[in-house]
Design a protein around this ligand. Sequence first.
Ligand code: HEC
Ligand code: HEC
Length: 433
Amino acid sequence: MKLLMSLSLLMLSIFLFASPLPEAPSGFANKTNGMTDDATHAADQAKFEETEAISDGLGPLYNAQSCRECHQNPVSGGSSQISELRVGHRGPDGKFVNPDIPIARGTEIIKGRTLVNDRAICPNNAFPASEIQERVPDSEKIRTFRVSLNLLGDGFVEAVPDQTFVDLAREQCQKNHKEICGQVLYVPVLEAPGQTAVGRFGWKDQHASLLSFSADAYLNEMGITSRLQPDEVTNLCNTVSEPNDKPGPDGLSDIDHFARFIRATEAPARDAQLAQTTNARHGAELFDKVGCDICHVQTFTTAPAGTRVNGGAYTLAPALGGKQFHPYGDFLLHNVGTGDGIVVAMLEHYGKRMYQTTWKNFSISEFNSTGNKVRTPPLWGVRLHSHLMHDGASVTLLDAILRHHGEAEHVTKKFERLKPSEKDALLEFLRSL
Ligand code: HEC
Ligand code: HEC
């Protein structure tokens, strides 16, 4: 009996080993990954590309009029060169403090966020005397930029179980003698009040859910309030009632269309020609050999179809469940010596409900420990990014690599010791991603 059981276990493992999970589809053809049909995907994409006006609720403070303005390269949902401004300062105890940004000649102070909006809707014809443009006070000594991120394929990232990241962080730390220890951060899921999940989106892992991120972006990038982010940043020269984003005839609001659009995108595809060269293949081996793959993890697997994620608020469709994909990132927070000192602002990202709800697994001290940490960004599609690293300040791949210190010091040293031809091969591999 025992023998029979171990035999069948052996056969099962051979079977599992021999049949790799299906690959997540990839490409830049504006096609759906199968989660929706192409017509639905095109309609959702049109929402993502829509230019919003003041009558739609745009502003009062904002950065751009459409999601597509910052997420467009090489197709809608990709990244772009556009960066945003974030500031703050340190308090007497050395802890990070959000900025106070005076507007309207100092009669109102914008608080609770680190983002400084680049645009405002007034002064305009209706409010000629309203001066609400945000400008950075000299007292806010911490200043940084954060460059736009790619969204293509993010539906697969959202579908990775929390436990995968928890296990990865633990193994990484054990295997690397505590030199490289990614941090997992439990963040509020806005559509499941009280629930948290492992953050994986944004340079600071500030969200786990694409619906939560869409509501955050709609408010903070475009000034458009929704059921998940119902409060305007300022009510000066605000004319449209809240929430600005109301459900359409199909019951879906814009944020639902944005999230569904992102979830249904195909993953970024590699440069198939470059990927096949001997040089790039050799570079892929060197990437693992020097230890880039400790953080830039090649392959992840999504939870099975039907799994409920995001605090139970979202059920994985068959097209997203049980898929393998290759992001080349661990989505964990690391200190690689590039940190800007900024801690995620609660009010900005999670709204007032942050303070009205008790969140499971939520830890403010965990958040406070992330000031100088940045998420390992996935390198899929990195060949299409002209501005690299969170601040967009590196414009070559080599410069980006050489900026890795802190936890990555050891690996960077190993990279520096490679022969010129080997460095070239590794860079060729990156250019194929
Ligand atoms: C003004 C430029 C701009 C606009 C407009 C904009 N974004 Fe972004 N987006 C960014 C930047 C910058 C980041 C990185 C933010 C950070 O982590 O600080 C980002 C990150 C994201 C992410 C996280 C991606 C990841 O893989 O980590 C999502 C999702 C997202 N945006 C969705 C949207 C949606 C939906 C809209 C429209 C409602 C939108 N964005 C509008 C600039 C923009
Ligand atoms: C300790 C974890 C870690 C290791 C090891 C590591 N990286 Fe990174 N990598 C990061 C983090 C974190 C960032 C983001 C830093 C920032 O934005 O300030 C990053 C950013 C990058 C970027 C920029 C990506 C973008 O979209 O802007 C490239 C390229 C990159 N790494 C390549 C490499 C290569 C090549 C190696 C090996 C020589 C390597 N990394 C080793 C964690 C790591």
